[in-house]
Design a protein around this ligand. Structure first.
Ligand code: GTB
Length: 216
């Protein structure tokens, strides 16, 4: 059965592949699973039909037969568990790869999301100029820890896994901040992820949506 995912009809990132459907597209491409995409407007996300799939009115969602999922992490894990290619066979290595997915979402990403909020929504606040450096330092702390762990390895724990897919997806949001370049092994890690053929296919697919939206 071909799954259907949802994505922004008009992504605010203009095709930079930063919205969370990118994680899901990339995972599906890595395992060779074709998929359909239903594009949703900001208004449509808050309508009952979409809220029935996503209680928080967001993308991405994932439908496959009688199964409907929301949360990109849960969707990537579902894909990884049902196909080969994103999780190791060895039970302990598998558990560690899943741990890296959680680490990406719940330990590395929170200050990165704080930064996005600061830059996009709090730019005019009187305390913005004081807060941003504090947020950046919290990001630097996490990046330094991650950089130390990665060292000169290609991936976080042996072969590329769903943990790397999510971590690279999370780190990509820093590309315009300059923070990633302070940690050359992390910048190279992100580039390695982006060089994967599956990433490129997923990126091109979401870019095509953004280009069509900008021409309409
Ligand atoms: N925890 C959820 C998950 O991982 O699936 C978070 C889902 C989420 O935040 N979805 C966002 C959304 O639907 C899109 S991805 N927002 C609309 C709404 O809630 O009304 C987050 C995102 C948005 C925009 C950019 N950007 O422009 O760069 C990057 C990431």
């Amino acid at each position: 059965m071909i799954p259907t995912i949802t994505a922004f009809e008009r992504s605010p990132d203009g095709g930079r592949g930063l919205a969370r459907d990118m994680h899901v597209r990339w995972a599906l491409e890595e395992v060779g699973q074709s998929y359909d995409v239903r594009l949703v407007s900001f208004g449509g996300m808050k309508q009952p039909a979409h809220l029935a799939l996503s209680p928080f009115g967001s993308i991405p969602t994932y439908e496959e037969g009688g199964l409907a999922l929301f949360e990109s992490g849960s969707i990537v894990l579902h894909i990884a568990q049902r196909h080969t290619g994103l999780l190791p066979d060895d039970a302990n290595a598998r558990a560690r790869a899943i741990t890296w997915m959680f680490a990406a979402y719940s330990t590395v990403e929170p200050p990165i999301l704080d930064r996005a909020t600061a830059v996009i929504l709090e730019r005019d606040a009187p305390w913005h100029d004081e807060r941003l450096p504090l947020v950046d330092d919290r990001i630097r702390k996490r990046l330094a820890e991650l950089s130390r762990h990665l060292g000169d390895c290609d991936w976080l724990d042996g072969a590329f896994s769903a943990g790397d897919l999510v971590m690279v997806g999370v780190l990509r949001r820093l590309q315009r901040s300059g923070l990633l370049n302070e940690f050359p092994n992390l910048a190279a890690y992100v580039s390695r992820g982006e060089a994967r053929p599956a990433f490129k296919r997923a990126f091109e697919a979401q870019l095509a949506v953004a280009m069509a939206a900008s021409n309409s």
